[in-house]
Design a binder for this molecule. Structure first.
Ligand code: ATP
Ligand code: AH0
Length: 415
């Protein structure tokens, strides 16, 4: 049942996520009321809890393709769930307890679906052939695949709180990318009656939600997609250039002391992903270690200093974002609202502002939504929608043919 418009009493929900940067678990304790257009949230507490160093290393290694045995996989899944459950317990200290958890988990692998025509099976087989192959499950490889570790049933067991997890699966099962999922939450928390807005997340990977002014058929005009690398290449470069001593460039100060190499940015922008029309999603599988090494190889021809390399990688992030707005949006927004860790990179923000001179580039903090914990807040809202029987995906952003209920509910049980 769709309880849209019904009054719902406020409840406390915890949202948990560790993103592609693997920089720790973002936990948000929020109070939610309303449903969609009347959705209201208050952030009661937000905190990032670091992973134990060994666990972080293992996640990064497995994400980068290191082989793992089944017992090790089970152990890793449980270790992540335990760390998430601990974060859920800690965020409630000094607060009334929550009655629901939405846990995104930790992405360790993401494969976007194949587009129609890309799969060999679609090209030459007859319809009856196709039907029998489908019955045999031969089309399963056309669907996307996205694996998040940190199983929800264990989190529910350890916390005693009903937990919703595995949010991407239902969207992927009907042919969607399973990402980005946050745009539907952005739409109901950040739309404006007169102003078209782009909400730009700058995590390891970047994603955008374009939200037109909230009138007439605004909901069907919302768009969303993964824009490409945000901090993933920058973080890897900092790690490489400092021999592991640093993990990121605070405020973008190091990059700010360099100069972007524009011919290199142009060359990198010719990469297929940036020209693929949305809906589209990506991850560290593409914009990861191998990609950075190719970039460093390309940079040799220009004899760039470390600071120039960081400035040039920053320029790739901002140019790919601005280029994707100009290419794929029905119209340019009147405001860009940044969120995610990259919104704390002042150099990156300034460079994006230079490329979008007539559009104010601010952060979501400036319109009242915490830029550091917006993703964690979003997974609390998605869990709440799941419990109310409301859909969580936005077909225009994920490419799914329909709205879906997202997430598996793991009830808590008391002995
Ligand atoms: N003060 C800062 N100055 C510069 N960069 C920062 C700062 N704080 C965070 N970052 C960058 O933001 C990154 C983390 O961002 P965030 O936590 O939003 O990513 P994520 O959630 O892991 O990724 P995704 O959204 O792709 O899942 C860090 O790895 C770092 O590069
Ligand atoms: C598979 C996966 O974890 N994707 C993340 C990643 O991080 C940013 C971008 O790529 C985004 O689309 C997605 O996460 C956010 C939370 C989303 O689904 O909206």
């Amino acid at each position: 049942m769709h309880p849209v418009g019904q009054t719902t009493a406020p409840i406390r929900v915890i949202g948990l996520i560790s993103g592609t940067s693997v920089d720790g678990i973002d936990a948000a304790l929020i109070e939610i009321s309303g449903t969609e257009l009347d959705l209201k949230i208050e952030l009661l507490a937000g905190k990032t809890y670091s992973y134990p160093a060994e666990l972080k290393e293992k996640i990064l290694a497995v994400g980068a393709g290191e082989a793992i045995s089944m017992p090790e996989l089970a152990e890793l899944d449980d270790a992540i769930a335990c760390t998430f459950a601990q974060a859920a317990q800690n965020i409630q200290l000094n607060h009334q307890s929550a009655s629901l958890i939405g846990s995104h988990g930790q992405t360790v692998y993401h494969r976007p679906p194949k587009k129609a025509g890309e799969a060999e099976e679609h090209t030459s087989t007859t319809l009856s052939n196709q039907k029998s192959r489908k019955a045999e499950g031969k089309f399963s490889a056309d669907l996307g695949y996205s694996l998040q570790l940190g199983r929800g049933d264990l989190i529910a067991h350890l916390t005693g709180i009903t937990t919703v997890s595995n949010f991407r699966a239902a969207d992927i099962a009907v042919g969607g990318h399973g990402a980005p999922l946050v745009p539907r939450v952005d739409a109901f928390l950040l739309s404006h009656p007169q102003e078209g807005r782009c909400v730009q997340n700058l995590g390891g990977i970047g994603n955008v939600a374009y939200i037109p002014p909230r009138r007439d058929d605004w909901l069907v005009k919302i768009r969303g997609w993964d824009t490409g690398p945000a901090n993933s290449l920058l973080d890897l470069a900092v790690h490489h250039l400092t021999a592991g001593a640093k993990t990121y460039d605070e405020s973008g100060e190091w990059a700010a002391s360099g100069t972007p190499c524009n011919p290199l940015v142009e060359q990198w922008l010719s990469q297929d992903y940036f020209h693929l029309p949305p809906p589209k999603s990506t991850g560290r599988e593409l914009f990861g270690v191998a990609y950075l090494h190719q970039c460093l190889q390309d940079a040799k021809a220009y004899q760039l200093s470390p600071a120039d390399i960081l400035a040039t990688l920053t320029e790739l992030t901002v140019a790919s974002i601005a280029h994707s707005y100009q290419t794929f949006l029905p119209q340019m927004p009147q405001r860009v609202l940044l969120c995610g860790g990259g919104s704390r990179n002042l150099y990156l923000q300034q460079r994006l502002q230079l490329l979008l001179p007539s559009i104010p580039v601010l952060t979501t903090d400036e319109v009242g939504l915490n830029a550091d914990f917006k993703e964690a807040i979003a997974f609390a809202v998605l869990a709440y929608w799941r419990q109310l029987g409301l859909p969580g995906n936005l077909p225009a952003a994920t490419g799914a043919p329909q709205e879906m209920l997202l997430g598996e509910i793991h009830p808590s049980f008391v002995n």
